[in-house]
Design a protein around this ligand. Structure first.
Ligand code: 4NP
Length: 147
């Protein structure tokens, strides 16, 4: 039973969306997997996801309102099997806190590309992020279910 952690910068836009989408797919497929999200930064700790992301996700039937931002920590590398970075900067920041003896497998969520940060852009940026994450998440679950 794999455990998954999705990590972006603020844990209020991209990684909560990934968290909610993953939980929705897990529920549809009857999988009791541990799924969480975190940010490399601490600015938004304790906050709900960004209103724009909550609204965009809600139109797709994904409720993000119970999520609260937290900062990624070294122990996450011992508590999760897979840690997925939303962009290359997040990956580099996570490598800085990866402890000796880390058991988690750390990788980019999209294998060759960043999930673009929608925070300073318009509404279409949030839709684009949801499209990217939804598409990739199904493939990721297919692969993990085969392992
Ligand atoms: P996220 O987006 O990393 O997808 O949650 C951001 C949220 C907040 C900030 C940057 C990105 N910020 O600079 O406050």
């Amino acid at each position: 039973m794999p455990s998954l952690l999705f990590v972006c910068l603020g844990n209020i836009c991209r990684s909560p969306a990934a968290d909610g989408i993953a939980q929705s797919i897990a529920k549809q497929r009857g999988l009791d997997w541990r799924i969480d999200s975190a940010g490399t930064g601490a600015w938004h700790v304790g906050k709900m996801p960004d209103d724009r992301m909550m609204a965009a996700a809600a139109t797709r039937g994904i409720d993000l309102s119970s999520l609260r931002a937290r900062q990624a920590e070294s122990d996450d590398f011992l508590r999760f099997d897979h840690i997925f970075a939303m962009d290359a900067a997040n990956l580099a920041d996570l490598e800085q806190i990866r402890p000796a003896g880390a058991t988690a497998n750390l990788s980019m969520f999209l294998e060759q590309a960043d999930v673009p940060d929608p925070y300073y852009g318009g509404a279409d940026g949030f839709e684009h992020v949801l499209d990217l994450i939804s598409g990739r998440m199904k493939t990721l679950f297919d692969r993990l279910q085969q392992d």
